[in-house]
Structures are given as C-alpha cells and as structure tokens.
Design a protein around this ligand. Structure first.
Ligand code: SF4
Length: 379
C-alpha cells in the first residue's frame, strides 16, 4: 500500500510536493497528533477539560504547559519546523480579537472560529499566508463562551439578507475559515456542540462549515433541525490526488455527504480550487457525475454549490513554496491577472477569458447534471 501523506502517529512522511511523485489518494484516517499541549488558561474552561479527557481517552498524553507560551515547535530548519508544527495540537483560549466577529462574504454573514490550523497537507492551502508562525493546530477551550457570544450577531449581517436566494438561511455563521472541522472533531467534540447549539437556537440562523474529511459518524442523529449546512470541499480527481495530501478520498467525502443529506442536513459542495488543468471539462464532468450518483434518491435534498477558482498572493505563494518546494502547482504571475482585494492587497487570478470559460461551463453543467443544486456564488 502507498504511504499515507501523514502517518497515524502524526509523523510527516512524503507528500507529492516533497517527493515530486503524486501519491494516490488514501482513505482519510483520524489524525493522531504526535504532541498535544494545553496552556494553563485552557484548564479553566469546561470545554478545555473535555478536550483533554477526549484526547487522553484516545491514549494520547497531554503535556500541561506552565505558561501560555508554546515552546519546542521550532526545528533546525523550516522543513523540521513545518513537520513539528503540523503534528502538534495546542489546547488554548481563543485570542480576544477572534471574539469580535468579522463579515465573511460571500460565504456567510459572519465567521467565528473554534480552532485554527489543520493537520492536512494541501499544496494550495488557504491558510498559507493567512496565519503567522509555524502551522500548529490550535483548538479553543473557551467554546461555550464563543457559542454564547454569537447571539449578539443574530439578525445582523448583509450577505444572506441581500441575496433573495439565501434569505431563508437566516443569519449565517461560517465556522471553518481557519481550519477543517472534521479533521479535528474526534479530538475536540466542538463542532458537534455547535450543531446542537444552532439546533436549539430560537432564531433564524445557520451554521456552516466546509471540510475535506469524511468523519461524520457522530453527526448522524444529532438534533440539528436543519440549521447546519455541511459543505464538502471537492475537486476533480487529478487535482485532489495530486495536491490534497492527508485528506479523505473524494469517494469517501461524497459518501459522507450522502449520509448527512439522508439525515436531513442541508449539504453543499465547495468546488475549490477550480483549476483549468488539461482536459478539465472531462475531469470536472466526472466529478459532477460522481456527486449526482452520491445524492441520487435523497428525499428532500437541499444541495448548494460554491465555486471558487484558484488564486494566490505573493505571500501565500512564498509560504507554500517553503512548505512544498517541489510542488507542481502552477503559481506563475506571468500567466495570471493581477487583482486588488478590498484593502489593496494583490492577488493573482486566472485571466478574464479563462474565468468566463470556466464559469460558463460550470453553470451549464451543474444545471444539466445536478438540477437540484443551487449555485450560491462564483469567485
Ligand atoms: Fe489547508 Fe483546508 Fe487542506 Fe487543511 S484541508 S491543509 S486547511 S486547504
């Protein structure tokens, strides 16, 4: 059997970016961090203690730090620091800045965070350049306070209220901006509590997250009341097998999507990052056909799609090339168009004719192959 992108012990082994050889997709497996640490403020929170108990129940020792400063993550060089950080999970209290929610158009009205960092190894990772320092996974002990703090934002926000197709969602809260929930749920139980919190909430609200994992066992049968939309981040096979190390296989993600849809969850596809690789029409056509098979016969199916093309910033490219020096991911400024973001930051996207070609194809083929699917946005 081929080597997994990260072993069950959390040890980093070769990914395609490091070896130059594309690994076949592997079934996702539950991440076992090599090192778990807890900072003193985290012990004061019931959820911090719940996480520690969950982790210890799985036979993983929790190292209790004497201060809130996380040490021992830096290695001799960048590669070693990356490997150490990626196999470390820290149980911490969320920074105060995270408690003031930010709008997160076009996905949702607001974003909130239950963790930051992810154990997978996608060579285009969205977190590169967004988070500073070594990529340690930090999970938040103050979950109960975080969830209680959301009430102040209900009824506010502009994304869903301004878009007629999304008004029925109520106020939307995105919980996967800086992490992958299903990669960590077995170690924290946090997103399960969030689903129940939204299910019990007496206001029109929706919890949303997107994932490249398939560990949905503990979500089936929860009192979700249709208030959580789980989107599976999917891509065509050449992209997912080449660039998404350490994630669940596409077929397993689609099987998980079906299970949640059958349990009455609204579900979705985050098709991202879309890349005009050779033969992209055939590859993405096969992806849409696989999705159609996965949702076949689901009663009352509520399926959406969010379509996101590949882009990079000079900062994210530098970080990614540091992490995956031999990646074959195209990040060539010469073949891209420059675009300025909200605060003047430069990003590189595909040129307008390529974008138009991709967009036209996706809109036509989704309505043809997945007629029940609503497209929420293209970017
Ligand atoms: Fe980054 Fe998402 Fe891949 Fe995790 S699953 S490595 S957060 S792109």
């Amino acid at each position: 059997a081929p080597a997994a992108p990260h072993s069950a012990s959390g040890e980093l082994v070769a990914t395609s970016g490091l070896s130059g050889v594309a690994p076949p997709a592997r079934p996702g497996r539950r991440w076992t961090p090599r090192r778990v640490v807890a900072t003193p403020p985290a012990y004061d929170h019931p959820h911090g203690r719940r996480i520690m108990a969950l982790v210890e129940d799985q036979g993983i020792e929790v190292e209790r730090l004497r201060s809130a400063r996380l040490t021992g993550v830096r290695g001799e060089n960048d590669r070693e620091t990356y490997a150490r950080a990626k196999s470390t999970m820290a149980i911490v209290v969320s920074p105060p800045s995270r408690r003031r929610l930010q709008p997160i158009a076009p996905s949702a009205d607001w974003r909130f965070d239950l963790a930051e960092g992810c154990p997978a190894h996608c060579q285009y990772c969205y977190l590169a350049g967004s988070l500073s320092g070594p990529p340690v996974t930090r999970v938040y002990a103050d979950l109960d306070d975080i969830l209680d703090g959301l009430a102040a934002y209900a009824g506010q926000g502009t994304v869903t209220s301004r878009r007629p197709a999304r008004r029925d969602e109520g106020t939307t809260f995105e919980a996967s901006c800086y992490t992958d929930p299903l990669a960590l749920e077995h170690l924290t139980g946090g997103w399960r509590r969030a689903v129940e919190h939204f299910g019990a909430w007496d206001a029109p609200v929706q919890l949303r997250w997107t994932t490249k994992f398939d560990d949905v066992d503990t979500f089936v049968g929860l009192a979700h009341r249709g208030r959580t939309r789980v989107r599976f981040s999917v891509n065509c096979l050449p992209v997912t097998t080449r660039f998404e190390g350490g994630t669940s296989r596409l077929a397993d993600r689609l099987a998980a999507l079906r299970r949640l849809a059958l349990d009455g969850y609204p579900v979705g596809l985050t098709i991202a990052p879309i890349m005009p690789i050779d033969d992209w029409r055939a590859s993405y056509g096969a992806l849409l056909d696989d999705v159609a098979a996965a949702v076949d016969g689901v009663p009352g199916l509520d399926l959406t799609a969010e379509l996101i093309t590949h882009r990079f910033t000079p900062g994210s490219r530098d970080v990614l090339l540091g992490w995956y020096p031999r990646t074959r991911l195209e990040m060539d400024e010469e073949v891209r168009s420059r675009k300025h973001g909200k605060f003047g930051a430069v990003k590189y996207v595909y040129p307008a004719p390529v974008m138009a070609d991709l967009r036209g194809w996706f809109e036509t083929e989704i309505s043809r192959r997945l007629p029940a699917c609503r497209i929420l946005y293209w970017t």
